[in-house]
Design a protein around this ligand. Structure first.
Ligand code: FES
Ligand code: ZN
Length: 300
């Protein structure tokens, strides 16, 4: 097979685009896709300070790398969630990447800084570790971005993640979530920072290829808590559909964003946003859910 762009020998075939690329032309395609997404969706501009959250996995490492190479002003943030060996190994990968390239990196450690242990809280509250982890991450993304004067928080969500989330939300008609599923989540309060997903049109496989072609190290394992999560099942189902009919995932997501999402706009309830009595971050209750977790942890 020959590369669509330069006619050299191809190393990757992208079925949904019916296009094959050599290594160089694939990277060219990848850089362009990310830049197009950022511009078309008005995510941010050159010169604005962007906080990119990295986990050490292929998607966020690819995002960090591509934003740097495309000349954006990015600082990375890694959150050590205290998930045993998985957290320590991923922190090491992220730190080495930043050190080798002399890039700014903020490290947060939830146990050392806030006394939070996801396993213990999950047992006490009988809530899944992932939902607690989600609360903690969302809080820190916003807090660190706000304190550091960043314009936007960028995450490595890819096409597979977004399509799986959309499938899950559609199966149970979660109107509120459907209204909010978008590549850009605008700020709705002066203390809430905009969230963006520059990789939302790129697949897991494309991010992995980007990482491999660039020789970037990443953590291969998934978080151990992800095992059995419904998002994994949704991804498998979508992969089956994709095999039969390439382009299904992209059509599902992009057509929803273009044609479906607007029908859910009026479900967006106006939330009564306040500032947390303890930390001052935005919340809908007197004390935010993060500060409540910190309080609970003191009793454990
Ligand atoms: Fe949050 Fe696994 S990364 S529970
Ligand atoms: Zn708070």
């Amino acid at each position: 097979m020959r590369c669509r762009r330069c006619k050299d020998k191809a190393v990757i075939y992208l079925e949904r685009h019916n296009a094959a690329f050599c290594e160089n032309c694939f990277l060219h395609y990848y850089y362009n896709q990310v830049d197009k997404n950022i511009k078309r969706e008005k995510m941010f501009k050159k010169g604005e300070k962007i906080l990119v959250v990295v986990s050490g996995g292929k998607d966020s490492m690819a995002l960090w790398d591509v934003l740097n190479k495309n000349g954006y002003d990015v600082t990375a943030m890694y959150i050590n969630l205290g998930i045993g060996d998985y957290s320590n190994r991923s922190q090491e990968i992220v730190e080495n990447y930043a050190k080798e390239r002399k890039l700014p990196l903020i490290i947060k450690n939830i146990k050392e800084e806030y006394g939070l242990e996801i396993g213990k809280i999950s047992k006490k509250l009988k809530r899944s570790p992932c939902s607690i982890c989600g609360t903690i991450k969302r809080y820190l993304f916003n807090k660190v971005a706000l304190d550091g004067g960043f314009t936007a928080v960028a995450t490595g969500h890819n096409l597979d993640d977004e399509a799986a989330t959309l499938l899950g939300n559609t199966l149970s008609w979660q109107e509120g979530y459907l209204a909010r599923q978008a590549p850009v989540l605008q700020s709705t309060h002066p203390k809430l920072v905009k969230k963006v997903k520059p990789l939302f049109t790129l697949t897991e496989r494309e991010n992995l290829s980007y990482i491999i072609f660039n020789g970037i190290k990443f953590i291969h394992d998934e978080c151990p808590h992800a095992e059995g999560a419904s998002s994994i099942l949704y991804k498998e189902v979508l992969n089956k559909l994709e095999e039969e009919s390439p382009g299904t995932k992209q059509r599902f997501l992009i057509n929803f964003l273009e044609k479906g999402r607007k029908h859910f706009q009026d479900v967006r309830e106006e939330l009564d946003l306040k500032e947390c009595k303890i930390c001052g971050q935005v919340t809908t209750t007197e004390i935010c859910s993060f500060c409540r977790l910190v309080e609970i942890s003191k009793e454990l």
